[in-house]
Design a protein around this ligand. Structure first.
Ligand SMILES: [Zn+2]
Length: 253
């Protein structure tokens, strides 16, 4: 019988459960270097220096949550690992000991790790939805990403908890199937165009960075959490950026 490697029930995940969903990957594990490579390759923002990957956690889920994903995946396939940035209001994954999800309703990160994505929350905060009502992911780790929660893949606003020193990004398994490629916005979409399973926004006209949108909750599951950054306190970083912007000159750290 097939048991997903992200399932609580997989033999490698003994001791995991709904209170223990995050498993740190050792740096020696092949998955760590593959994800690190993908993260750094996807860092395309010319003005942001490539950050250091500090840790990667595997995200485990229940069989009940994974089963509908498997059923969906068995048809269109073309599974890809894609990034999604969201609000973090707690100190989850700030270090190896902080692996308990919080229960703050505004902490979307913990919500997604606990219950995966929910299309009904699309546009909750930002009414602008480039490709309509869907779940937004990207191969570009540094891009500005309008997601179901109106957040960016990498942005200082990501951390609501001010003492955070590091940032986090979700890596998701996404069933892309046959994507419909599009360069212009299509804000009224609620499903992919006929004969397709997702929309792939290509850079050029309305986009600067690639985006992949799926329109079914079961087309996506969170798989990994990448923790990255220079370890500088958030507040300090913000002040630093502000001073840089004001004087248009580098300031000493
Ligand atoms: Zn949280």
């Amino acid at each position: 019988m097939f048991i997903d490697e992200f399932s609580f029930d997989h033999p490698n995940n003994q001791g995991s459960g709904k209170w223990n969903r995050l498993v740190p990957l050792a740096q020696s594990e092949p998955a760590f270097s593959l994800l690190e490579k993908q993260f750094l390759k996807g860092w395309k923002h010319p003005k942001k220096t490539k950050p250091q990957v500090r840790a990667i956690f595997k995200i485990l889920s229940s069989e009940a949550s994974l089963k509908p994903y498997h059923q969906y995946r068995s048809n269109p396939a073309n599974e890809q690992l894609l990034f999604h940035g969201t609000n973090r209001c707690c100190m989850l994954a700030e270090d190896g000991t902080r692996i308990r999800l919080c229960s703050l309703s505004e902490c979307f990160l913990c919500g997604v790790i606990r219950n995966s994505f929910d299309i009904r929350k699309c546009g909750t905060k930002n009414k602008f939805r480039r490709f309509g009502t869907g779940i937004y992911t990207t191969s570009c780790s540094s891009s500005k990403l309008y997601s179901i929660f109106d957040v960016e893949a990498d942005d200082y606003a990501l951390n609501i908890e001010r003492s955070s020193r590091l940032r986090v990004l979700l890596v998701n398994r996404v069933v892309v199937g046959k994507p419909y490629k599009r360069r212009q916005n299509a804000v009224n979409l609620t499903e992919p165009p006929c004969g397709h399973h997702s929309v792939l926004g290509e850079p050029g006209v309305d986009l600067n960075y690639e985006e992949t949108v799926v329109y079914d909750n079961d087309a996506i599951r969170p798989a990994y959490l990448i923790v990255y950054g220079d370890g500088v306190p958030e507040l300090h970083s913000k002040m630093h950026s502000l001073l840089m912007a004001l004087f248009k000159t580098p300031v000493a750290s």
